[in-house]
Design a protein around this ligand. Structure first.
Ligand code: SAM
Length: 217
């Protein structure tokens, strides 16, 4: 490990401590977050701040999710869906959340609608030897050819829960999605049980919009 890698590793440990203080208690989530090099997923200008608990711009009006949000959503999924489940993420963005899901041990599929972000994430996953199956397209419609999924996580704000995503859950599958207004959403979990869906609501967050046929126009 060179000096700069040592500095980043120390900052990463600090971030994990910070998340623990903020209430993230699942050790598997903390371990996964501690193993993913977030500084590789942010833009050059944000590299020095990569381990602060903040969202940073990644271009095209989008952001890498805040570590607390990534840890929170991953904990909700992991409580209900054990690895090595097949999990679909909507909104690849920087690729960071997908890399954390991969580190947890899920088989990860991810959809992004912006071609430049999709291409950058595919290259980065290849460079870091992270196995995430990627697709360019409107993720509000899911990934029909690869369905069903035991878990689905949406990392952009939806006005309502997309019916296509509910339809692509396996019989006991679970969907984690921020639902609400454009400026504020409530983290919502849908659990499928046959043809029925149970819904649970959690904390409020502010995500960039899910844009698509079953998202915002
Ligand atoms: N998971 C990302 C990460 O770790 O960096 C979060 C990125 S950002 C908060 C949300 C992403 O969702 C953006 O990259 C945006 O382009 C993407 N997005 C928005 N609507 C989408 C859609 N209908 N299908 C796929 N991706 C979408």
């Amino acid at each position: 490990m060179n000096e700069s890698e040592r500095v980043m590793a120390a900052r990463r440990s600090g971030m994990v401590r910070d998340l623990r203080h903020k209430g993230i208690i699942d050790e598997r989530v903390l371990e996964a977050i501690g193993s993913v090099e977030r500084h590789r997923f942010v833009d050059e200008e944000s590299r020095d701040y990569a381990y602060e608990d903040a969202a940073w711009p990644i271009g095209y009006g989008q952001t890498i999710s805040q570590p607390y949000t990534v840890a929170y959503m991953t904990s909700l999924l992991l409580e209900r869906c054990a690895p090595p489940a097949k999990v679909l993420e909507i909104g690849t963005g920087s690729g960071y959340q997908a890399a954390v899901l991969d580190a947890i041990g899920y088989r990860v599929y991810s959809v992004e609608r912006i071609p430049e972000l999709y291409e950058r994430a595919v290259k980065l996953f290849r460079a870091l030897d992270i196995l995430v199956m990627c697709r360019l397209g409107d993720g509000s419609l899911g990934w029909e050819e690869e369905a069903p999924f035991e878990g689905i996580m949406v990392t952009a704000a939806a006005p309502d829960c997309p019916q296509h995503l509910l339809g692509q859950l396996s019989p006991n599958g679970c969907l984690v999605i921020p639902v609400g207004r454009q400026d504020m959403q409530q983290m919502t979990v849908y659990r499928r049980s046959g043809d029925r869906f149970e819904k649970e609501m959690f904390h409020h967050f502010a995500f960039v919009p899910l844009i698509g046929r079953e998202g915002w126009n």
